[in-house]
Design a protein around this ligand. Structure first.
Ligand code: GDP
Ligand code: IMO
Ligand code: MG
Length: 425
């Protein structure tokens, strides 16, 4: 398999974990390049469900090596808990999982600041973060005060952490929140670091060695294009570049070595957290999508907001990611609907928008222009070949591909590995 980037094309939770698990049958190395344990990637093998937050979704394939790249922010305590979780399921981790020595560390004060900021923000200004400390950790990274995995293993670590804790406690005090205790932070981090130390590696060299050996590499995106800090619905975004462009900065692979980009996209749209969502349905149909799709956050358990497929978002996402093929998921969730709507453009104040406007206040007021298609009203989850789908289901999927200018590579009709139709991937 060529070097592949896999990205979420909407607001996250598109089913990346499932698609990665399917694709890693033929992959040697899986590398996460951004985000942190704000991600929740579900892999369902038979009746067993696994949710991964930091560990790449290739971990359940024995032959795949997994790496957490330099662009990821790593909470060592959370990573350790996750490692113990997969080990308890009989998965081997030692020698198969590596963490970049350049990855920034998430500390408890990052989480505390994240939560405190959300608390003090007035309604309408809350982001609805996962409270995993992601924003403050990336903030420290670009402010050049962050500590990296390499620092965590260095003798000077406690001293450097003391300075950061002093500064963080000042910020927590200003936000009216409880300070953190330096000695507790140091002890917790030390204990986790001792266990994680053997996994810390120069993942840049690991990736380049794999390329030299002609191994197949899959770069695993977290979140989705509309949560990208540059291209998403800012400020209602996460704090990293979730799009394909983030791969080079987040792993050290040169751009010309990326062979293809797969966009994972739901056959409808969901969003968890605050921020504009033009095709959101706050009615019975929205509730049905949530119910049929089991749309609850894999990390926080919050109900996801649901709506119609948004071709404006999908087109924009295909463009900025350079998507070569769609891996479309959750078609089965639409099985019972009589009519399906697709947003093809937006309107706001008498103006038509064919792409996502930057001005968040404009986007919040955008009304979708819909095109309707008849539903197929029959079950699709047992179908294994695209040709065997009901004609109206094929017409719907083909129309989404046509409107977005991207070919279908894979279609998913259920959460399990085997509920996958390989079309052109
Ligand atoms: P990710 O963050 O992109 O990996 O997605 P999540 O794991 O957060 O959410 C996707 C959810 O949809 C998970 O519960 C999956 O098990 C489930 N899922 C994935 N593909 C399908 C599908 O084709 N049909 C159905 N019904 N569920 C799916
Ligand atoms: P996966 O990888 C869906 C959302 C949060 C919030 C915003 C900022 O499972 O698709 P953060 O904690 O990152 O500062 O929160 O981003 N968010 C996600 N939504 N899926 C995710 O990850 C998400 N990770 C963050 O809900 O709106
Ligand atoms: Mg998720």
């Amino acid at each position: 398999m060529p070097n592949t980037v896999l990205v979420g094309a909407q607001w996250g939770d598109e089913g990346k974990g499932k698609i990665i698990d399917v694709l890693t049958e033929n992959v040697d190395l899986v590398v996460r390049y951004q985000g942190g344990n704000n991600a929740g990637h579900t892999v369902k093998i038979g009746d067993d469900k696994h949710v991964l937050h930091l560990i790449p979704s290739g971990i359940f394939r024995d032959a795949a090596v997994c790496a957490i790249g330099n662009g990821v922010v790593v909470d060592p305590v959370a990573l350790l808990a996750e490692i113990e979780g997969v080990q308890a399921k009989g998965v081997a981790v030692d020698g198969r999982l590596f963490v970049s020595d350049r990855a920034h560390v998430v500390f408890p004060y990052h989480r505390a600041i994240d939560a405190a900021r959300e608390t003090v923000r007035s309604d309408g200004r809350k982001i609805g973060t996962t409270k995993r400390g992601i924003g403050p950790a990336y903030g420290d990274k670009v402010s050049r005060i962050g500590l990296r995995m390499a620092d965590l293993l260095d003798d000077s670590f406690a001293e450097r952490l003391a300075e950061n804790v002093r500064e963080a406690n000042g910020a927590l005090n200003a936000l009216g929140a409880e300070p953190v205790d330096l000695s507790v932070v140091v002890e917790e981090a030390r204990a986790a670091a001792a266990r994680i130390a053997p996994l810390v590696a120069d993942t840049v060299s690991l990736v380049h060695r794999a390329m030299a050996d002609r191994k197949a590499i899959l770069f695993e995106g977290a979140q989705g294009a509309m949560l990208d800090v540059d291209f998403g619905t800012y400020p209602y975004v996460t704090s990293s570049n979730t799009t394909a462009g983030g791969v080079c900065a987040g792993t050290g692979i040169p751009p010309q070595r990326i062979d293809r980009v797969i966009g994972v996209i739901k056959a409808y749209t969901t969003r968890v957290g605050e921020g504009p969502f033009p095709t959101e349905l706050q009615d019975e149909i929205g509730a049905l999508l949530g119910r049929e799709g089991a749309e609850f956050g894999a990390t926080t358990g919050r109900p996801r907001r649901c709506g119609w497929f948004d071709a404006v978002v999908a087109r924009y996402s295909a463009m900025i990611n350079g998507v070569d093929r769609w891996a479309m998921t959750k078609l089965d969730v639409l099985d019972s609907l009589e009519t399906l709507r697709i947003a093809t453009a937006y309107e706001c104040d008498g103006r038509r928008y064919d792409t996502v406007p930057a001005n968040i206040r404009v986007l919040s007021r955008c009304v979708p222009v819909y095109e309707d298609m008849p539903g197929w009203q029959s079950p699709t989850s047992a179908v294994r070949r695209f040709e065997d789908l009901p004609e109206r289901a094929r017409a719907y999927v083909n129309r989404l591909c046509e409107l977005t200018g991207v070919k279908l590579g894979m279609l998913s009709v259920g959460p399990r590995r085997d509920s996958t139709l390989r079309v052109d991937l």
